[in-house]
Write a protein that binds this ligand. Structure first.
Ligand code: ATP
Ligand code: MG
Length: 427
């Protein structure tokens, strides 16, 4: 892609102007701004915008933001090619220097509320005879039903359900659809319902966007924002300077949830999603996690107090944060194991409760990072950092620089590597 030319379409009030760029990797912000000024000599253009896969406008004001836009575009082109489509030009929207009027950046209207009740599905009624009152789930005005979705591929399978990538025909966007079978206990069904309410309440750049939910036969489908980088559990030994930026977003996401009095309860790499724009978002918080805990309670992300039956709190999320980051920097390295491998489930539980918490090997990681992880994984819950202390920790402060490009480049590179490895395996 680096060596291939691209076409940039400058959208102006009087029409579109296409401009081909032979070597996008050498393009800089000022050159592009100069090209825009040539096309729009009357206006004082200081920045421009592009649209992401869900139609949100992203502003570009610097070389770094330009690079993030190009790597996002590069990935979109790859996806279009894989799907047999001709790449569309990169569309940019010049922005005048003066503050624009109030605008709806998301292009979405919060409107109708969706009543999730017996009225919406007889099967639901049959399955949930004990739900006395209907539960109202307000949703963004992106009402989705099964017929509007073109399922493309399975993204993964967890303990609660299966996640698919799908194209929403009406909304013209890719979404992730988590399909959860409903022939489960009433308690569990209630938990899933309240997860929907939690999703609706959340509005943060660090939390996955909830679009809609619907029922078909014995399953519920929950449609959310699709993250083209997938989850952190499939990445290979994340470098510390990348993980630092990821940690900032995860801590901000958790702090946001905690401010709404929501505990995540299932902080782990597979519930941290990334995209080629360099965004990091948390998913699967709240309730369906209870399902997983009941079915598969024994994982290395379980914290001591969970096992010994003490109260779950913010500190428990903090422990899981620590061990998740340990996992993603060491994954695949065989350099260290937190706990002896291949333990029987009960032995693993015993280890987590009895043994000293695992520590990162000193020398291979920065002192700030080792300290951060050690603090998060203090055995006594109260000794772990409180939300404010997490944000103020030197490791988090060091990487709280808003540099999305680092993560964006790393995601794009990793995806390309993964694709070429898959291609080699097929040869
Ligand atoms: P658990 O069921 O214990 O939470 P899990 O997180 O691995 O385990 P799921 O939540 O069902 O299982 O997710 C399965 C996989 O689907 C994830 O590992 C992730 O790679 C992918 N996935 C989930 N949500 C999205 C999304 N919004 N965008 C892209 N990929 C996603
Ligand atoms: Mg999950």
């Amino acid at each position: 892609m680096e060596s291939e030319g691209i076409v940039i379409r400058i959208k102006t009030p009087v029409g579109d102007m296409d401009s081909s760029v032979d070597s996008p990797s050498h393009l800089n912000f000022n050159d592009l701004l100069a090209a825009i000024k040539d096309v729009m000599p009357e206006a004082t253009v200081t920045a421009f915008e592009y649209e992401d896969e869900v139609g949100d406008r992203i502003t570009v004001r610097s070389d770094e933001e330009l690079k993030a836009m190009l790597s996002y575009y590069c990935n979109t082109v790859m996806e279009q090619r894989i799907n047999g489509l001709l790449p569309e030009p990169l569309q940019i929207f010049p922005r005048a220097g003066k503050t624009p009027g109030i605008r709806n950046i998301h292009g979405l209207k919060v409107c109708a509320s969706m009543i999730v009740s017996a009225e919406l599905g007889m099967d639901w009624l049959c399955c949930v005879p004990l739900i006395e009152k209907s539960i109202e789930v307000k949703t963004l005005c992106l009402s989705i039903n099964e017929h509007d979705l073109q399922y493309q591929e399975q993204l993964g399978h967890g303990n609660g359900g299966t996640v698919y990538k799908a194209y929403h025909l009406l909304g013209k966007r890719i979404v992730a659809v988590k399909v959860i079978p409903l022939d489960i206990t009433v308690e569990l069904q209630k938990q899933i319902m309240s997860e929907l309410e939690i999703l609706y309440k959340c509005d943060s750049p660090y939390i996955i966007k909830f679009y809609s939910a619907f029922f078909v036969e014995n399953r519920i489908s929950i449609c959310t924002e699709f993250m083209d980088g997938g989850s952190l559990d499939v990445y290979w030994r994340i470098p510390e300077h990348v993980l630092g930026r990821i940690a900032v977003a995860v801590v901000k996401g958790l702090t946001y949830l905690w401010s709404l009095k929501i505990l995540h309860r299932d902080v782990k790499p597979s519930n941290m999603l990334v995209n080629t724009r360099g965004q990091i978002k948390l998913c699967d918080f709240g309730v369906s996690t209870q399902v997983c805990f009941n079915l598969f309670p024994v994982t290395i992300f379980a914290h001591p107090e969970r096992i010994s039956g003490e109260q779950y709190g913010i500190h428990s999320d903090v422990w899981s944060l620590g061990i998740s980051f340990m996992e993603v920097v060491g994954m695949g390295s065989n350099l260290f194991f937190f706990y002896p491998p291949l333990l029987q489930p009960l032995q693993l539980l015993q280890c987590i409760v009895d043994e000293d918490p695992p520590v990162l090997p000193i020398g291979q990681f920065s002192e700030k990072f080792v300290h951060f992880i050690t603090q998060c994984m203090r055995k006594q819950p109260k000794e772990r950092p409180a939300p404010n202390n997490l944000m103020d920790h030197p490791f988090i402060m060091q990487y709280n620089d808003g540099n999305t490009e680092v993560v964006s480049m790393w995601v794009c590179r990793s995806l390309e590597e993964r694709k070429s490895q898959q291609a080699q395996r097929l040869m």
